[in-house]
Design a binder for this molecule. Structure first.
Ligand code: PMT
Length: 223
């Protein structure tokens, strides 16, 4: 991305996992470290944007010049995104949001002795990126991610359609890939095009993805 290309634009980015509490000491989480989303926040900031980074529970430093909002649960992430989406120009949903969360949060620590078998009841969380794209007067450019273990391209294209995204960046996740590691590779799809961004440090990959996003964002807004 060229410095200044996003001057006067607001970019909203989610990063990291969400933690869904089970009781006061336990939660359901995932392996996202926040590295990919934080690298994107830095790349958007370098391109001149006002960047709002909605961060799940991760221990990464905030990139210089980026405004960070810390959240823990999917519901809190949804609330933070909803508060900012209307006055953003681009939304990049890089967070690994829990798809399910415990139906009931126990007030006290669940005791091992009271259960032979412990069955947790889970209920679906709200899909954050879909809640943004389903707004009728939507003008912002929305980029989703797809974390897949197989059939990456097919699943990613299906997600792009179902979630009404302008662009989707798909990555293979699993043992030593995607989550937590420093390098990643992305297959990026948009209506009428696709590009492979080969294995590279997330910092570099974020700049390359931001270049693509800026291109498509201005293409969409010139028509
Ligand atoms: O954080 P790192 O360790 O650097 O790892 C980066 C990453 C692997 C987490 C990242 O590159 C990535 O793939 N993020 C998306 C992970 C994910 O949850 O993918 P998904 O295929 O389950 O979700 C599809 C899209 O819907 C994503 O844009 C996701 O943010 C969004 N979503 C999902 C569920 C939900 N309740 N709300 C959402 O907005």
């Amino acid at each position: 991305a060229v410095p200044g290309q996003l001057k006067g634009k607001q970019v909203l980015i989610t990063a990291g996992p969400t933690y869904e509490p089970i009781d006061p000491v336990r939660f359901i989480g995932n392996r996202s470290s926040g590295k990919m989303g934080f690298a994107l926040a830095q790349a958007a900031q370098e391109a001149g944007a006002e960047v709002i980074l909605i961060a799940g529970p991760v221990s990464l430093p905030t990139p210089t010049g980026v405004q960070r909002v810390n959240v823990e649960t999917a519901q809190q992430m949804l609330d933070a995104v909803t508060a900012e989406a209307n006055h953003s120009d681009i939304f990049i949903s890089c967070a690994a949001v829990a798809d399910y969360s415990p139906a009931k949060v126990e007030a006290n620590k669940i005791k091992k002795t009271t259960h032979d078998k412990l069955i947790l009841e889970l209920e679906p969380t709200t899909d954050i990126v879909s809640s943004v794209t389903s707004q009728p007067d939507l003008t912002l450019f929305v980029v989703g991610f797809a974390a897949e273990t197989r059939h990456i391209a097919d699943y990613a294209r299906e997600k792009m359609q179902r979630k009404k995204l302008d662009m989707i960046a798909a990555n293979q996740v699993g043992e030593g890939q995607g989550f937590a590691v420093d390098d990643n590779a992305l297959q990026v799809f948009w209506t009428g095009g696709e590009q492979l961004l080969p294995l590279a440090p997330k910092s570099q990959l974020a700049r390359d993805l931001m270049t693509l996003i800026i291109e498509r964002f201005y293409a969409k807004n010139s028509t």
